[in-house]
Design a protein around this ligand. Structure first.
Ligand SMILES: [Zn+2]
Length: 308
């Protein structure tokens, strides 16, 4: 039952304050899973949390929901007696950043791609006026931001966080633990359903495809990919999804090339053989087809305008 709840919540940050308030987090259990020496991930409700531990302190990736912060910190203290020094947000969605304010107020340094800060701040105030934010609100925002990549040197590990362009959102980071050979992919890669492109945050289907290709290039057969939601995966798992995305993309492109409308393409059901495995989350087959269609049509029209 819990896993169904988690699936339903996965990565959709548009949860209203009201629905969050109604949600009972008291029954959520945080479980700890080992990925490598000194590297763990935590499951609970929301995105998978990465935890790198050692004598230099704790490096945390994402923090689920605010009511879970105490439980998350308690779980971390089981595997280390060191304090949390850094929190890295893979993107801005509320099931990955809900605990930010709690941790920021406790003195944890929050780091993210610069667009994470923009998107989180846009949810608090309009314009660019940091001075309109309260101290509590500022505590939940990244205090250190980067644009292309940033490295952390902690606990003998090289932690390389980088942005590969728009995908799930325009603020995605991958976090590569280069010694442990583990990559936290945020929600760009998930094993719980079709990829989700957040149009409100300038996400991109083609960007997700490009990111999968890049992940394969920088990894090897022993690399472990920790998805934003779901279970640790291998290159083969990324390839399986990538092949599916190529196929669906090509079917939608063929429909566009043939002058078919979105409705007509959807009626041909380009995701048919994949729905049983991947349509169990919030993104159904027709949703994915719509996203792909709109992006391909938009690119086609831009190309036409340039050529005119
Ligand atoms: Zn997300």
């Amino acid at each position: 039952m819990k896993s169904i709840k988690v699936l339903m919540l996965c990565c959709f940050a548009l949860l209203s304050t009201a629905s969050l308030a109604q949600r009972d987090f008291s029954q959520v259990e945080i479980t700890t899973h080992r990925l490598a020496d000194n590297l763990y991930y935590l499951k609970g409700a929301g995105g998978n949390i990465g935890v790198s531990v050692g004598e230099d302190g704790v490096f945390l990736i994402d923090d689920q929901f605010a009511p879970l912060t105490e439980k998350i910190l308690a779980a971390i203290q089981v595997v280390t007696d060191q304090p949390v020094r850094f929190l890295f947000n893979t993107h801005h969605h509320g099931d990955h950043t809900g605990g930010n304010q709690n941790l920021g107020k406790a003195g944890v340094v929050i780091v993210a791609h610069e667009n994470v800060r923009v998107l989180l701040k846009n949810g608090l105030t309009s314009g660019d006026l940091d001075r309109l934010l309260t101290a509590d609100q500022r505590a939940g925002l990244p205090v250190l931001t980067y644009t292309d990549s940033v490295r952390f040197h902690l606990n003998g590990e090289n932690i390389h966080a980088f942005h590969n362009g728009p995908g799930h959102t325009n603020a995605d980071s991958f976090v590569h633990f280069q010694n442990a050979n583990v990559i936290h992919t945020g929600d760009v890669f998930r094993t719980t359903g079709y990829p989700f492109v957040d149009g409100n945050a300038s996400g991109s289907f083609l960007g997700i495809v490009a990111s999968y290709e890049m992940l394969l290039e920088i990894s090897n057969p022993d690399t472990v990919f920790l998805p934003g939601h779901g279970v640790p995966s291998s290159q083969d798992d990324i390839r399986e999804q990538l092949d599916m995305l190529y196929t669906i993309h090509d079917r939608v492109q063929a429909g566009i090339n043939g002058g078919l409308s979105l409705g007509r393409i959807q009626s041909d059901n380009p995701t048919a053989e994949y729905d049983a495995r991947w349509a169990g989350g919030k993104v159904k087959g027709p949703d994915l087809v719509t996203v792909i269609y709109n992006e391909l049509i938009s690119n086609f029209r831009q190309k036409m305008r340039r050529e005119i």
